[in-house]
Design a protein around this ligand. Structure first.
Ligand SMILES: *Cc1c(COP(=O)(O)O)cnc(C)c1O
Length: 456
């Protein structure tokens, strides 16, 4: 580790004086000696003192092909020589058109329309409002369908609508009085089943609960929203196989729309382009963000079926329009980055590479599952959660105030690894360009750090 230079110390002081960081207890930020990232290269972050760190969580789950990918850099520069931004409110632009065409061609069947915005939270807000408005304007309107069903421990972003369908009390509890009331179904979290049944011989009781909700209250439900296959922010909760398909079937059976939030799982993370593909599910609305621009620029999209889109057509005076938009909707630089990212998928067989890396990562992680304070190692593709526990036998958690997960990530820094936990779940989500040597180093650093923080 290089020592902090005077310039780094000056930057840290200025940061502490003026910045307010997201999801960050600012009272102790001064003591955290934050890494000040000056540049990046492939899977590495390089700080202002020249230290290199493996970017173990892809810059908060969004980087796909590494930092400073030549093809994406050049696509943005080429677009910059034309125009950086023009509005989609009343005009069109080549990059937004071309990316929409490409997204529709690769998305699950039936999704034909692309509504752009700029973050995962806005993509979710838009899906919720579309679903709500659809039931008022569809050929046989059902205006009583105003409610949303979502999962406990679900996460869909931090704006008020997205938080309303969120199920993480620490994040969403305080603001409940400002939120609309969603109907929460149990999370398919087998390690800590809230229904108290034994996974494997429970007949997927959590899915049955959701089916029951739709059976009894379907007439007032506009849509079910969930993160397919893996609930990310809830703790990398990997769903049992078949859960998503059962939910999709129940939605169909009871006339309820299905919104899949693939903000985290989309664009190859789980080994397929979209997680829904694993279970042959075609949602009515699909939310995309994070990886959509390769992790370069803020961009998001909500994809809808032709049937939903059709409900918004009509004479102007009928006011069926979707009155929603954001200033930077469909930003040209971000869309150019998105197109370049999809070109890399096409030219470099990226999904095959994700599969190989996931297998290797799984092999490296196997010894961690045996550590005395690791309760469970969960993995789907290149999404990993390592749940730390005080007691393996009883699955007793550590007192939250001990911040073991955070301490593990802090320790990992000394091994040249930058990661960020979810409570006591240590998260690994490397970019797809990571070398095999870096995968091995990443896991070794995490193993050492866990040992340090839980055994010594
Ligand atoms: C990160 C995330 C969001 C929110 O995305 P932002 O761009 O941070 O608003 C929504 N849904 C899921 C599943 C996410 O992981």
């Amino acid at each position: 580790m290089n020592p902090s230079s005077g310039e780094t110390q000056r930057l840290r002081r200025a940061d502490q004086a003026h910045l307010w960081h997201p999801f960050t207890p600012m009272g102790e930020w001064a003591a955290a000696d934050p890494v000040v990232v000056a540049s990046g290269e492939r899977e590495f972050l390089i700080d202002t003192d020249g230290n290199r760190y493996i970017d173990g969580v892809s810059s908060l789950w969004c980087n796909l092909h590494g930092h400073r990918r030549r093809e994406i850099d050049e696509a943005i520069r080429r677009q910059l020589d034309r125009i950086a931004h023009s509005t989609l409110l009343g005009s069109a632009s080549p990059p937004s058109i071309e990316l929409a065409e490409r997204l529709v061609a690769m998305a699950p069947k039936g999704l034909t329309r692309v509504f752009y915005s700029d973050s995962g939270a806005t993509a979710v807000e838009i899906a919720l409002k579309m679903a709500f408005q659809y039931w008022r304007q569809c050929p046989r309107p059902q205006p009583a369908k105003t409610r949303f069903v979502s999962l406990m421990l679900g996460y869909h972003g931090d704006t008020l609508g997205a938080a309303s369908v969120g199920g993480i009390d620490l994040f969403h509890g305080l603001h409940r009085p400002l939120l609309f009331e969603a109907i929460h179904a149990p999370a398919p979290y087998c390690y800590r089943c809230s229904l108290g049944v034994r996974p494997g011989d429970c007949g997927m009781a959590c899915a049955a609960r959701l089916e029951e909700i739709l059976k009894t209250r379907g007439h007032e439900v506009a849509a079910v929203i969930l993160e397919p296959l893996v609930q990310g922010a809830g703790g990398m909760i990997v769903h049992p196989a078949g859960y998503l398909r059962r939910v999709a079937q129940a939605c169909r059976a009871h006339g309820v729309l299905l919104i899949c939030d693939e903000v985290a799982t989309g664009f190859g993370r789980t080994g397929r382009m979209f997680a829904c593909e694993h279970e042959d599910v075609g949602p009515d609305l699909l939310c995309l963000a994070k990886g959509i621009s390769g992790g370069y620029l803020p961009l998001a999209a909500t994809l809808a079926t032709e049937e939903i889109y059709g409900a918004f057509l009509g004479d102007y005076a009928e006011y069926r329009t979707f009155f929603h938009g954001h200033t930077y909707t469909g930003n040209a630089l971000a869309c150019a980055a998105g197109i370049a990212s999809l070109d890399i998928f096409r030219h470099e067989r990226v999904l095959d590479r994700v599969g190989e890396l996931a297998e290797m990562l799984g092999r490296c992680l196997a010894p961690l599952a045996e550590m005395p304070h690791v309760g469970q190692v969960r993995q789907r593709g290149l999404m990993v959660g390592i749940e730390l526990v005080a007691d393996r036998r009883t699955r007793q958690a550590y007192p939250a105030a001990e911040r073991r997960g955070w301490k593990v990530c802090l320790a990992a820094r000394r091994y040249g690894v930058w990661i960020r936990p979810l409570g006591d779940v240590v998260v690994l989500m490397p970019p797809y360009c990571i070398s095999e040597a870096s995968v091995a180093r990443l896991v070794e650093a995490v193993q050492e750090s866990i040992a340090e923080v839980t055994q010594r």
